[in-house]
Design a protein around this ligand. Structure first.
Ligand SMILES: Nc1ncnc2c1ncn2[C@@H]1O[C@H](COP(=O)(O)OP(=O)(O)OP(=O)(O)O)[C@@H](O)[C@H]1O
Length: 881
């Protein structure tokens, strides 16, 4: 994706003063597309014009610039709201250069300056933002120590600011989960950034000096007006502080200086959340589908009614919890709402009216709120008190710590509401510079001026009436424009009836315009009054916004509580609708799911086709690893994924699709599913599969849940079976932890593993054979399978009969020549044979064996992963042959 860095400004000869001003400003914002306000238009020039015309579909013209022809494209200033989002979405950084003084009073060339640099990650514009998603700006700092990184995220539209640090895998995971719209990093890390974190992000690189500890620390201290950062819990994160400092620095550089709504920086604690690697996030399709048209889990679970609730749900699904108390707190509240549907419904009906309180309050803090939005803020806040009262009433019937906490935290901000109610009209305009905002009876001077303006207008109507009588010109009209002020307009047909005392001002094609001294007197009265009204109202509105600014902290807290309530209510509604149950969370290592279902697939089956529920039991004593065999299409992958989804939903605080679920807290979920989805990256399928598996095996913990689907199918059957076999053995025999594993495979040879390994159990997803047809029962049963029905599936898929018959013949032949018992013995004997071979090689003295010895010596056994060991062994065997 687009990456931006500074470009050299062009110096031109024969500059006009306007050009010089343009070039000076342009040079200050390298890499940005400059929208240059000239009169009523925003103009772009040169390269910017070419890009703008392409993105916006506006006409590209040429102008003469110091003898050279330069491209030019522009649009009327009032179209900024339509055009800006298009430019930003196309990945442009847009510098908005406005006229900083009134052109009519400017001496010489109008003063201009960039008032905002809008970039993909920094925007307040409602048209750029997706209400149901956060718009994060991220900064990544490459730490001094090996594999340490600082990372920070900011959503300027909500004020949420986070910092953390960890290794590259952690940073990568966060980037995947938060999916920032723009990522900042240091120029010197350009090479590494792409190879570590991919090229899907819009990035912007900054100079080295911004990435220093003292700079970041001081910037943060200054912003929060604190003497240290201890209160935020980030003191111990030097790399995280650097990243957070870079974000504030960047905001400053992009002319975002009103940041009062960023009231804290929160430490994102790595060990508070379940670890999901990037493959898991993608494969489980929690918040985004892998393929177009696919349905992610969030689509099923999202019944939130506020944009901030929708954003929070996304976060909760990406960051499931590991602490029982916190998970139970959420589940308790969901249960309460499920059991008290009246409470849930009334609460949701209030929440529905609240809208995006979080973004509205940010606009208050940065003083970008419009009169209409302030009214909206008032209307949102009016629902806080009823919700608080609802919770308090519910508390009288339920002993609930959560209810009490939420009720306590909600602040109805009555004083502010009262003030807005008293002062702001119910039909305010969109802009604050043309009056019509403040109610009458608040400011005596304002009321007086309004009376003058109104009576002046009444007087003008009387004047018009009088002149009609006097001249007999019934079509005579009094109108107004900016150039002449008020005037009388008469069509040419009545021109000769115009009295002597009228003064002609303008002749049009079919009419003439006149003024009279009397008209001018009243004009001045009206215009003066209006001008003063605008000024007084703008000042009063500003004071109102400032007053609201005092409540930013309280309103932000309201927004947080309301978004939590929204997500919990959404969990409750989905639980009732889809028949989910409350999971029981404990600290054991047991996973015991009864009648589990796949939350997404069950919603998509054709009507009348039920989803077949299944039990899954895993622990670290008796059933640590389950090998699941079964034909293609039987439902193996669905079973694997539903198990992980149930765990994740439970630990996010949601009820789950099952008849019961005991969840011993899981701290990491790894998946290796499918083999074909990385082809577009140009890596070999098998290599990707092995890299992903290696990353799983190197990061295990005793609470890990591993899902492996057809590991090894990307290579020859023998290689595949050998690798799958050795991985499973490794997971079983690991001495430091016993990660729970579901292993779906077509290799029924693996069923033999259960013979010698007590915690490995065989299951199969059953099918029934009817004649030569297969019926999918989709029921998980104990025991292995004898064959894989691949040919049946080929037949079902409409393969020509001739091919199906021939395949069956070949299969029979192969099965008779490969006796399973012999294979089983061979596999069991494999280890001693290899050792023997190694010894023979080392003892002989020929040149080939010397080379092999050399190779062996180069291996550092302590740093070798099981997969690398297998690959090395394979290499050595090839050399020996
Ligand atoms: N328990 C179930 N109840 C109803 N339908 C199911 C169930 N499990 C799976 N299905 C349906 O069967 C389809 C195939 O399931 P799945 O992809 O899990 O099969 P598989 O055994 O992993 O196949 P393959 O080995 O070819 O990858 C699913 O897309 C779903 O529509």
């Amino acid at each position: 994706m687009k990456s931006t860095t500074a470009a050299k400004p062009q110096v031109k000869k024969n500059e006009t003063p306007l050009n010089r001003q343009y070039n000076q400003i342009k040079a200050k914002y390298p890499g940005a597309l400059l929208l240059f306000r000239v009169g009523d238009f925003y103009e772009t020039f040169g390269e910017d014009a070419v890009r703008a015309s392409k993105i916006l579909g506006i006409t590209l013209t040429k102008r003469n610039n110091g003898g050279a022809n330069e491209e030019l494209a522009g649009f009327p200033h009032h179209s900024l709201d339509t055009h800006l989002p298009k430019l930003v979405r196309a990945g442009e950084r847009v510098a908005i250069c406005d006229q900083l003084e009134d052109p009519s009073v400017a001496k010489g060339i109008v003063r201009r300056g960039v008032t905002e640099l809008v970039t993909p990650g920094v925007s307040f514009n409602d048209n750029v933002l997706d209400t149901r998603r956060n718009n994060y700006l991220a900064a990544v700092h490459f730490g001094k120590a090996d594999d340490t990184f600082g990372i920070s995220f900011l959503d300027i539209s909500t004020g949420e600011f986070l910092a953390s640090q960890g290794n590259s895998a952690y940073v990568d995971k966060l980037l995947q989960s938060f999916n920032p719209s723009e990522v900042l990093y240091c120029k010197r890390n350009r090479q590494e950034f792409g190879s570590l974190f991919g090229d899907k992000f819009h990035t912007y690189t900054l100079e080295d000096w911004a990435f220093t500890y003292d700079f970041g620390y001081n910037f943060l201290k200054q912003h929060f007006q604190t003497t240290s950062l201890k209160g935020f819990g980030i003191e111990g994160l030097p790399d995280g502080i650097i990243a957070a400092g870079v974000i504030l620095h960047y905001l400053n550089e992009t002319e975002h200086k009103d940041l009062q709504h960023i009231t804290r920086v929160t430490r994102l604690e790595e060990d508070r959340y379940v670890w999901l690697d990037r493959f898991t996030i993608r494969n489980l399709e929690l918040t985004a589908a892998q393929q177009e048209g696919g349905v992610p889990l969030i689509q099923i679970l999202d019944q939130t009614v506020t944009p901030m609730g929708a954003r929070l749900l996304r976060k909760w699904l990406n960051l499931p919890l590991k602490e029982k108390a916190l998970i139970d707190e959420r589940l308790n509240m969901v249960e309460l709402l499920v059991n008290d549907l009246d409470l849930a419904d009334t609460m949701v009906s209030h929440l529905r009216q609240i809208g995006d309180l979080e973004r509205l309050v940010s606009k208050v803090a940065v003083r970008r709120i419009s009169p209409r939005e302030l009214l909206q803020l008032k209307r949102s806040l009016q629902h806080v008190l009823p919700i608080k009262e609802l919770l308090i009433t519910a508390l009288s019937q339920n002993e609930s710590a959560s209810l009490k906490k939420y009720a306590d935290q909600l602040n109805p901000v009555a004083f502010l509401l009262d003030r807005i109610e008293t002062e702001l009209r119910e039909d305010p305009p969109a802009l604050s510079n043309q009056g019509g905002m403040i109610k009458s009876g608040i400011n005596a001077e304002l009321d007086e001026l309004t009376a003058i303006a109104y009576s002046g207008k009444d007087y003008l109507l009387q004047l018009q009436e009088r002149e009609v009588q006097r001249t007999g010109i019934t079509s005579l009209k009094i109108a107004y424009n900016k150039v002449f002020g008020y005037y009388l307009e008469v069509t040419h047909a009545h021109k000769n009836r115009v009295p002597e005392d009228w003064i002609r001002k303008q002749t049009l094609v079919n009419a003439e315009r006149y003024i009279t001294p009397e008209l001018k007197v009243y004009e001045e009265k009206i215009l003066n009054a209006e001008e003063q009204i605008f000024q007084i109202e703008a000042r009063m509105f500003n004071e109102l916004v400032l007053a609201a600014g005092e409540y930013v902290g309280a309103i932000q807290q309201n927004a947080r509580v309301l978004s939590v309530l929204d997500v919990l209510a959404s969990f409750g509604r989905v639980a009732v609708k889809n028949k989910y149950v409350r999971p029981s969370i404990n600290e054991s290592k047991v996973l015991n799911i009864k009648d589990g279902r796949h939350a997404v697939i069950e919603q998509q089956l054709p009507p009348g086709e039920p989803y077949i529920p299944n039990d899954v039991y895993l622990d670290d004593e008796t059933q640590q690893i389950i090998i699941i065999t079964g034909p293609n299409m039987a439902g193996k992958s669905a079973l694997l994924r539903q198990t992980a989804l149930i765990v994740l939903m439970a630990q996010s605080g949601s009820f789950v699709p099952a008849s019961s679920a005991e969840i011993g807290i899981v701290d990491k979920i790894f998946t290796r599913v499918g083999a074909s989805d990385n082809l577009s990256r140009g890596e070999s399928t098998f290599m990707v599969e092995m890299t992903e598996t290696a990353s799983i095996l190197n990061n295990l913990s005793e609470r890990s849940l591993i899902l492996m689907d057809e590991i090894g199918r990307g290579t020859s059957t023998y290689d595949g079976v050998s690798i799958a076999w050795s991985i499973t053995e490794y997971l079983h025999n690991k001495t430091d932890c016993r990660p729970k594993t579901l292993f779906a495979t077509h290799y029924h040879e693996l069923n033999d593993l259960a013979t010698d390994n007590p915690r490995i159990k065989n299951y199969n997803v059953s099918v029934k054979e009817l004649g030569n047809k297969v019926i999918f029962l989709r029921k998980l049963k104990e025991g292995g399978s004898e064959h894989s029905f691949g040919i049946h599936v080929a037949q079902m898929a409409g393969m020509p009969a001739q091919i199906v018959t021939r395949a069956n013949e070949i299969l029979k032949q192969l099965e008779s020549s490969h006796n399973r018992e012999t294979n089983k013995e061979k596999i069991r004997e494999a280890v001693p044979q290899e050792r023997e071979l190694a010894l023979r090689i080392i003892e002989s003295g020929d040149p080939k064996s010397e080379a092999i010895k050399e190779k062996l010596r180069s291996i550092d056994v302590n740093r070798l992963t099981p997969i690398e060991a297998l690959l090395k062994l394979n290499e050595l065997l090839k050399m020996a042959e």
